[in-house]
Design a protein around this ligand. Sequence first.
Ligand code: ATP
Ligand code: F1X
Length: 302
Amino acid sequence: MIYTVTISPAIDYVVHLDRLQKGATNRSTGEEYFLGGKGINVSQILKELGMESIVLGFVNGFTGKALENGLHQGEIKTDFIYPKQGITRINVKIKAGEETEINGQGTIADESDLKMLYDKLRKLKDGDVLIISGNIPAAVPQDTYSRLLEAVKEKDVLCIVDTNGAALMDVLKYHPFLIKPNMDELRDVFGEKISAEEGAEKLQKAGARNVIVSMGGDGAVLKAENGTLYTAGVCRGKMINSVGAGDSMVAGFVAGYLEKKDYQYALDLGSAAGAATAFSPGLAARRQIYDCMDELRSRSLR
Ligand SMILES: Nc1ncnc2c1ncn2[C@@H]1O[C@H](COP(=O)(O)OP(=O)(O)OP(=O)(O)O)[C@@H](O)[C@H]1O
Ligand SMILES: O=P(O)(O)OC[C@@]1(O)O[C@H](CO)[C@@H](O)[C@@H]1O
């Protein structure tokens, strides 16, 4: 089974404006609500690609109920924990020419809540897949991801971690199967001058088995554990949404890898899913992902 972990899930409130005026009442020209949080986005794209997963994490309050109901309506299984503090956040994504995001703090998991999550992970079995995505909120211990990996380290679980900064560097000693920083996250760790290839190599030397560096509309590279550097093509289309492209790429890569154990195929499916989301108002639908995949594959076969 595939498990995704989202420490602080969200409802994403996307609001469209002609122009954002600071210090004034702005009237929207339209708005949308999406189920959000990085691991939850991964589960939604996996579902589009025909793969079942179980969503783990912390939710509470009316927004938590809406999120859980929405996932169940989409036939996505959940096994949430319900802390007493905070409520599931509403993240505001303002689209007024450029995108401005305001992400809340959300549910706050305390030590007893976290222990429930570690206990759930200890029950994972050999062959399971664990995908941990997103930032660790400030109110939650910053070594939480390391402790999640500690809980599964005796099992043959394929671990994927999509996070940044200290939390990313901290998990490398557990040799995660995959990490996926973007260029900003790479520069935060290694400085402005780092290239995607150099950064991927450094992260691999520090312990990651496979490293994808995603570069938005400029594509992505994968430094794989077989020593090969794979390059992804870029699908053509109109970028209308940057929220969830990275999560879609993680889901596409995992789905592709589980299907064929072929790194180039997995990277292409990840790139197709990322692009299809970038070209959609919310997360991509199956058909758009496979249209992008066909475009990438037909170009690389020429
Ligand atoms: N404008 C675009 N055109 C084509 N492909 C794109 C575009 N934006 C994203 N992608 C695809 O999606 C992948 C992931 O995007 P990106 O690098 O923006 O991830 P990210 O920074 O983690 O995203 P986010 O944090 O916004 O979810 C890219 O490597 C690329 O394959
Ligand atoms: O505040 P975090 O956890 O860093 O990011 C949360 C978030 O921006 O990430 C997803 C897109 O990747 C959105 O669905 C969600 O609102």
